[in-house]
Design a protein around this ligand. Structure first.
Ligand SMILES: C[S@@+](CC[C@H](N)C(=O)[O-])C[C@H]1O[C@@H](n2cnc3c(N)ncnc32)[C@H](O)[C@@H]1O
Length: 258
């Protein structure tokens, strides 16, 4: 079988990825160009180890590292799987894994671990900044836990009551016109119009920022960094987003590092 025909079929592996067919479709789309490379992949959250075996068999030249709080009961005669025990938020352990498995950086990092925003955030920024190659993929699974009441940091979605309407929009347009006028360039007036716009726009969208969902929205801000720090109307210092791409689908998120 030639590598271009190799497909990501999880049906014979003990992993919940087998049930999420769109996860597998997404993985296949992003992973296909890496198929024959010496891929370095780290998965946070291993459970029974089924997904590590899946990645090992898919990336025939790859080295697969896995981290979990608990030991995983798998055998790997190929020696291409490395298992580590500990918490995803333990940055010293993450450094050790990277040093031992991917001194040049990982090509792919998958977080299928605690699904708790605060913990996912620690491992994301640490691994993204220090141990993911440029052009590398960082994948987060099951970010929708932030909408679940039974999850440690999840909260059920409640649509916000918003006061929309033509008056609010008209006032906001007036404030924008003032802000863009010569008057708005005076420091005090500029601050006042900005404050007015912020107050008029606040709470206009029914947004939810608990748990993993809040963390995902932080990632949206990073994707918007080019506008946030725009030289004429942004906040200094100017910088590009660290992300080349941020793609969201149901429960599944891909960041491509710039
Ligand atoms: C959804 S399961 C992983 C499934 C596996 N990736 C697969 O596809 O078969 C989540 C795993 O994360 C582990 N886990 C939960 N919180 C963790 C943490 N803070 N650090 C490391 N592992 C954690 C759990 O022990 C569990 O095995």
């Amino acid at each position: 079988m030639t590598s271009t025909k190799r497909t990501l079929d999880a049906s014979n592996y003990d992993t919940d990825k087998a049930a999420h067919t769109h996860y597998l479709r997404n993985y296949e789309e992003y992973f296909r160009p890496l198929l024959d490379r010496d891929v370095r992949l780290l998965e946070l959250g291993v459970l029974k180890g089924g997904s590590l075996l899946l990645w090992r068999d898919y990336f025939e030249r790859g080295l697969i590292a896995g981290l979990d709080l608990n030991p995983a009961p798998i055998e790997d005669p190929t020696g291409r799987i490395r298992l580590y025990q500990g918490g995803q938020q333990d940055t010293a352990l993450l450094d050790r894994i990277a040093r031992e498995c991917a001194p040049e950086g990982f090509d792919v990092i998958i977080d299928d671990c605690s699904h708790v925003g605060e913990l996912a955030r620690v491992s994301f920024w640490h691994l993204f900044e220090n141990h993911l190659k440029p052009g590398g993929l960082y994948v987060i699974e099951d970010w929708g836990t932030g909408y679940w009441d039974f999850w440690p940091d999840g909260v059920r979605y409640r649509p916000r009551r918003t006061t929309r309407g033509p008056l609010r929009y008209r006032l906001s347009r007036v404030a924008t016109r003032l802000h863009n006028s010569r008057l708005g360039r005076l420091p005090l007036a500029g601050n006042l119009t900005r404050f007015a716009k912020r107050a008029l726009q606040r709470g206009l969208y029914a947004t939810h920022d608990y748990g993993m969902v809040g963390f995902v929205k932080e990632l949206v801000d990073e994707m918007g960094m080019g506008d946030i720090t725009h030289p004429e109307f942004g906040v200094a210092p100017r910088r590009r987003s660290k992300f080349r791409e941020l793609r969201l689908s149901h429960g599944h998120l891909f960041v491509v590092k710039a």
